[in-house]
Design a protein around this ligand. Structure first.
Ligand code: UDP
Length: 329
C-alpha cells in the first residue's frame, strides 16, 4: 500500500517541491497550507492528481487528518527576513504552536516526523563553517529573533517528543536554498536580484556586500531532506551547499548571468544580518551519503530561465502577492 505523508507549507517554495518529489516516489500526499505566504500556483499542477489532496488549513489551529499517516513534514513558516518582519506573531506561532500540533498528530498516528529547521539557529555565527555541534549566536529580541527562536524552540520540543514519547523525529537544518517558484517579492537576495534583473533595475547590495552566504539548489535540498526522512538519525543534520560567496561577488555573477548592464547600488545592512554562513556537511555526507550536485552556475541558470519564461501577468502576480490583510491579525 502507498505510504501517506502530510506536508505542511505545501504551497510554499520548498513544500511544493517536496510534494512533487513524494508524488514521484509513489506516496499519497496531503498538502496543507494557510496560503499566507504560500501560493496555490505552486501546486496547481498536482490538484487533479489522485494521489494528492490539498487542505486549506492553518496548522496553528487544532488539526485533524482522517485515516493513517506514515510521515509528516513540517515546512509551514515564513522564511524570509521581510516576511517575518511583517508577520512576526504568525512566524512565532507556526514554529511553536504549529510544531506542537504536528508532533501531537505524529504521536496520535504513530508517524515519523521531519521538521524544517534552519541555519538561523546559528544566528550570526562565531564558528565557521557551522557544524551541528555549534550552539549559535542569536539575538532573541532582535527582528530576526521571532524566526530564530521559534525554530530553536521547534528543535527543542521535537527532541522532547523524541526522548519522552519515543517519537521518530528528524531535524533538517536548512541553509539558503533557491530555485524555481521562490516568491519574487519576499526580499531574499536571489529573488530580489532576479526580479531586479528582469525589470532592468540596479541590484541592491545590503551593507558593503562582504557578508557571505552559501546557496543550495532546490533539487539538492529536496534530495537531502528525502534521505534524512528515510534515515534512522534523530539529531539535527545540516542540509546546504558549502560553496560560499560574498553577496557582492554574487551580484556580479548575476550581472554576468543575465547579460544586462545594471549597476550595483548599496543599501543599509539590515539589523543582525549574519556576516558569514557556510554549512559543514560532514554529518550529511556520512549519514545520508548526500552532498549537493548542482553548481551555482547551473542552478542559477535554471532559476533565471524559469522566471524569464513566465508571462508578464504571472510575474506580476508572483511579485505582488499581498498578505497585508494578515498583518494585524
Ligand atoms: N541582501 C542584499 N540585497 C537584497 C537582499 C538581500 O544584499 O536585495 C543580502 C542580505 O543582507 C543578506 C544576504 O543578502 O546578507 C542574504 O539575504 P537573504 O534575505 O536572502 O537571506 P538570509 O540568509 O539573510 O536569511
Amino acid at each position: 500500500m502507498a505510504k501517506r505523508i502530510l506536508i505542511t507549507g505545501a504551497a510554499g517554495f520548498l513544500g511544493s517541491h517536496l510534494c512533487d518529489r513524494f508524488i514521484k516516489e509513489g506516496f499519497e500526499v496531503i498538502g496543507m497550507d494557510n496560503l499566507i505566504t504560500g501560493d496555490l500556483r505552486n501546486i496547481e499542477h498536482l490538484i487533479k492528481n489522485k494521489n494528492f489532496e490539498f487542505h486549506h488549513h492553518d496548522i496553528t489551529k487544532f488539526v485533524h487528518v482522517a485515516g493513517e499517516l506514515d510521515y509528516i513534514l513540517h515546512f509551514a513558516s515564513p522564511a524570509s527576513p521581510i516576511d517575518y518582519l511583517k508577520i512576526p506573531i504568525q512566524t512565532l506561532k507556526v514554529g511553536s504552536i504549529g510544531t506542537l500540533h504536528c508532533l501531537g498528530l505524529a504521536k496520535e498516528k504513530n508517524a515519523r516526523i521531519l521538521i524544517a529547521s534552519t541555519s538561523e539557529v546559528y544566528g550570526d555565527p562565531l564558528v565557521h563553517p557551522q557544524n551541528e555541534e555549534y550552539y549559535g549566536n542569536v539575538n532573541a529580541i532582535g527582528p530576526r529573533g521571532v524566526y530564530d527562536e521559534a525554530k530553536r524552540f521547534q528543535e527543542s520540543i521535537t527532541m522532547a517528543y523524541h526522548r519522552f514519547h519515543g517519537l521518530e523525529t528528524r531535524i533538517a537544518r536548512i541553509f539558503n536554498t533557491y530555485g524555481p517558484r521562490m516568491r519574487l517579492n519576499d526580499g531574499r537576495v536571489i529573488p530580489a536580484f532576479i526580479g531586479q534583473a528582469l525589470r532592468g533595475e540596479n541590484l541592491t547590495v545590503f551593507g558593503d556586500g562582504t557578508q557571505t552566504r552559501s546557496f543550495c539548489f532546490v533539487d539538492d535540498q529536496v534530495e537531502g531532506i528525502y534521505r534524512l526522512l528515510l534515515s534512522d538519525y534523530s539529531d539535527p543534520v545540516n542540509i546546504g551547499n558549502p560553496h560560499e560567496i560574498t553577496i557582492l561577488d554574487f551580484a556580479k555573477e548575476i550581472i554576468n548571468l543575465t547579460g544586462t548592464d545594471q549597476k550595483i547600488v548599496y543599501k543599509e545592512l539590515p539589523k543582525d544580518d549574519p556576516m558569514q554562513r557556510q554549512p559543514d556537511i560532514t554529518r550529511a555526507k556520512e549519514i545520508l551519503n548526500w552532498e549537493p550536485k548542482v553548481s551555482r552556475a547551473e542552478g542559477m541558470k535554471i532559476t533565471y530561465e524559469y522566471f524569464k519564461g513566465l508571462s508578464d501577468d504571472e510575474l506580476q502576480k508572483r511579485e505582488h502577492k499581498d498578505f497585508s490583510e494578515h498583518i494585524r491579525r
